[in-house]
Design a protein around this ligand. Structure first.
Ligand code: NFS
Length: 656
């Protein structure tokens, strides 16, 4: 049963629609199985929440102070303090971005502090990405003469930390080092150059507190400022810093999907975002001591599978098979074959533990910010890294020992296993194609029509993974090269679109290039922080082509926006001039067309409007940064919109 929301011009799927449309047969099988077992999942709770509050859906409620909550409608167009629709809607969006920045900021903090701990010799970790250390030192203007790698790495990490915490008005190191000159000028003129991640979060909460900023356009500027802080101090920084710690990924082939779990093996899933402790845990799992322990428990060996962005990170570096994304985490446990889930931070939903308890799965938490009642808690703290080795060993032991407790009567592993290629770092993409010039040439002559990054979360408001897969199939058919990260990448990996054989599905031109290079038309570039790999590619290709990013045939697509973190992703790309297509209206009131006054037919409609929708989708933002937001929940129409956007860009460039 579908749920219709005329106020949003949209409909949302019920669980039967999900079962019909979800592209992975394994998801359907597990959904049905959990239904039979009477185990509740996100899909049931979504139905139980219907109908969802129409004020909340459109961003029209304010809960920022204790005078409220206030809701904006025809009867009460202002909140108690006098805030109108624009202020409330924009205030909610800007606060969501602040929360997303805080999340990625905390992730970045852990990675930067770990580099320092490793460089000081306090954590038993080597720095595997030596070339990244020297490159960043050069970009930041750090003198390296006569200095050891560790000392320089520590200085680089301190520069990154400054970008996260600076309180004064100096330029951000990362932005100075990596943003295009053309953009720096635009941002300077708009007055949106940020200080640091922490400062901008503070300023946003300050601006939106009771009696704060009454000018929604100033909040919109803060949205851009914060997106730049988000992009450069948290995403870009952590992506590069993780490469300092664990190396720059290279392409590798593997198998993914639920079928990688094996009935006679210990099955451990790793889940979350920060790849630090999990690297050590992996090292311990591969040690003879833990392998023997597994045998002693009666297991043939150990399978490690990845979920969410931690899964993406391990796929990129080691070809560890990924299993699923945020909305599949309960389904994965529903296989009854998972002995333990090791989680770090973010996107670990409380419902997962409820399903874990039904199947006797051990949950081990490793981050003090992400506690779960009833889970084993063995935290990693980069400022107390001395026990990292023994803690990681303990996690590995507990996970392996859980094998004995598995209730085999409840086991049901779907067969699906899918070939996939991961490890597409920025360098890997550029080198594989033979350099930036070659990619620019392929774009110019139309062999590749454009590059679109399709990313982001899952959202129960659209049929699970259906839009990700449908849109991307149509894009590659149209000769568009796709990069992907995060939860979307799991959908595309499991659908076989990230395997070299998927080149067969690509349109003329792209197909031949991929076949010649032996690569897929959809490149899994990593976790969400690695969206900056795609952004860097966009920036550098534009520079090579002698154009601004805003003029290039590029786009950012988020078919299932869910987490607050995705707001910053989209706005980061917008700020650089890359238009967005999102699959569901964010909490922004959708302007609904109204019949024209005195119209004689129903076809004569007046375009509805409101300031915030006009700002994002109309000319507001476009005149500032040269990019706008398109919203389209129907995947075929979404793909057409994206292809049209790419075509328009090509026409303007005079590229055939
Ligand atoms: Ni990105 Fe990764 Fe997934 Fe969304 Fe969550 S896992 S950081 S936020 S839900 S894509």
């Amino acid at each position: 049963m579908k749920y219709y929301y005329p106020l949003l011009n949209a409909e949302m799927p019920g669980r039967e629609d999900v079962k019909e449309l979800t592209p992975n047969p394994a998801s359907k099988e597990l959904l049905e199985r959990l239904e039979q077992e009477g185990v509740e999942t996100v899909f049931d709770r979504f139905e139980a929440q219907q109908p969802q509050c129409s004020f909340g859906l459109r961003g029209l409620c304010c809960r920022n102070c204790q005078w409220g909550p206030c809701r904006i409608g025809p009867k009460s167009p202002r909140g108690i303090c006098g805030k109108d629709l624009n202020l409330i809607v924009m205030g909610n969006i800007v606060r969501a971005l602040a929360a997303g920045l805080a999340a990625h900021g905390r992730h970045a903090h852990e990675v930067y502090m770990t580099i320092i701990a490793a460089a000081e010799g306090k954590a038993n970790l080597s720095l595997k990405g030596e070339e990244r250390v020297w490159q960043l030192a050069e970009k930041f203007g750090i003198s390296t003469e006569g200095k050891e790698l560790a000392a320089v790495a520590k200085e680089v990490a301190e520069y990154l930390l400054e970008d996260l915490g600076r309180m004064t008005q100096e330029p951000m190191h990362m932005l100075e080092a990596f943003a295009p000159g053309e953009r720096k000028k635009v941002w300077q003129e708009l007055g949106v150059l940020p200080r640091s991640g922490s400062y901008e979060v503070m300023e946003t909460l300050h601006m939106t507190t009771l009696g704060g900023c009454s000018d929604w356009t100033a909040l919109a500027e803060q949205e851009l400022r914060m997106a730049l802080a988000y992009c450069y101090s948290t995403l870009y920084g952590s992506s590069l810093a993780t490469e300092i710690l664990f190396g720059i990924p290279k392409p590798k082939l593997t198998e993914v999907n639920y079928g990688v779990l094996k009935k006679d093996y210990v099955n451990i899933l790793v889940h979350g975002h920060s790849p630090v402790m999990v690297e050590k845990i992996l090292e311990k799992i591969n040690s003879p001591e833990i392998q023997q322990l597994a045998k002693k428990q009666g297991a043939k060996g150990i399978v490690v599978g990845g979920m969410c962005c931690t899964g993406d990170e391990l796929l990129a570096r080691y070809g560890i098979p990924t299993v699923t994304n945020i909305m599949g985490q309960e389904l994965a446990i529903g296989t009854g074959a998972v002995d333990a889930v090791v989680v770090d931070m973010q996107c670990v939903i409380p419902g997962m533990k409820i399903v874990a308890d039904c199947f006797g799965t051990e949950i081990i938490t490793t981050c003090n910010s992400n506690r779960i009642p009833g889970a084993v808690h063995i935290p990693f703290d980069p400022e107390k890294p001395e026990t990292l080795d023994q803690d990681a060993l303990r996690v590995a032991q507990i996970a392996v020992e859980a094998f004995k407790k598995r209730d085999r009567s409840k086991m049901n592993i779907p067969e699906e296993r899918t070939r996939a290629m991961g490890g597409w770092s920025y360098e890997a993409i550029v080198d594989t194609f033979g350099g930036l010039d070659t990619i620019v040439q392929l774009l110019k002559d139309g062999t590749i029509k454009g590059i679109v990054t399709v990313v982001g979360c899952n959202n129960p408001k659209v049929p699970y993974e259906h839009n990700h897969v449908t849109i991307v199939k149509k894009l590659i058919e149209g000769g568009i090269l796709v990069t992907t990260t995060g939860c979307c990448s799991h959908a595309l990996l499991n659908a076989g679109l990230c395997a070299p054989e998927a080149a067969e599905m690509a349109g003329e031109g792209l197909k031949e290039v991929c076949q010649k290079l032996g690569i897929p038309p959809v490149l899994a570039v990593g976790g969400c922080v690695d969206n900056t790999r795609s952004l860097r590619l966009f920036i550098d290709l534009a520079e090579k082509a002698g154009r601004a990013v805003k003029d290039m045939p590029f786009m950012f697509v988020g078919p299932e926006p869910g987490n607050e973190k995705t707001v910053g992703q989209g706005v980061s790309f917008l700020a650089h001039g890359v238009s967005n297509l999102v699959g569901f209206p964010a909490p922004i009131p959708v302007p609904l067309p109204k019949p024209k006054k005195g119209a004689r037919s129903n076809d004569e409609m007046e375009r509805g409007s409101n300031d915030i929708a006009d700002f994002f989708a109309g000319d507001g933002l476009y005149t500032k940064v040269g990019a706008r937001v398109y919203t389209e929940p129907y995947p075929t129409l979404a793909a057409q919109t994206i292809r049209m956007h790419i075509r328009r860009k090509r026409l303007n460039l005079g590229w055939k």
